[in-house]
Design a protein. Structure first.
Length: 112
């Protein structure tokens, strides 16, 4: 069952509950500055929440892959390894940028 969502019209903070908070936890504006999201927009927020979390986790994992690959390049055991680590960095970068672009697109469509 979906709860109501309210959005601060000053800073875009989203609050879940029966009523808006007394003051915005982010910018401190009073509850009058909150507007209830339409059920269509609330639905977008709920459906996108897990997806955006997955993208964020992928970005974190890729950062780890990039750090490990840099360490492997530093160790320089043999050319095949170094080449593989360099490839992992460039492929990781593509995956990371794709995930960031998706998050940005979602935010632009109110899916966050
Ligand atoms: Zn606010």
């Amino acid at each position: 069952m979906m709860k109501k969502l309210f959005k601060c019209t000053v800073c875009n903070f989203i609050w879940e509950g029966e009523n808006p908070p007394a003051v915005c936890p982010k910018c401190g504006q009073p509850h009058e500055k909150f507007a209830e999201l339409t059920s269509e927009n609330a639905d977008k927020v709920y459906k996108s929440e897990r997806t955006n979390d997955i993208h964020a986790e992928i970005i974190t994992l890729i950062d780890r892959i990039i750090a490990l690959s840099r360490e492997g390049i530093e160790l320089d055991l043999d050319p095949a390894c170094v080449s593989g680590f360099k490839q992992a960095i460039s492929e990781g970068y593509i995956i990371k940028q794709r995930a960031k672009a998706e998050i940005e697109n979602h935010i632009g469509k109110g899916k966050w």
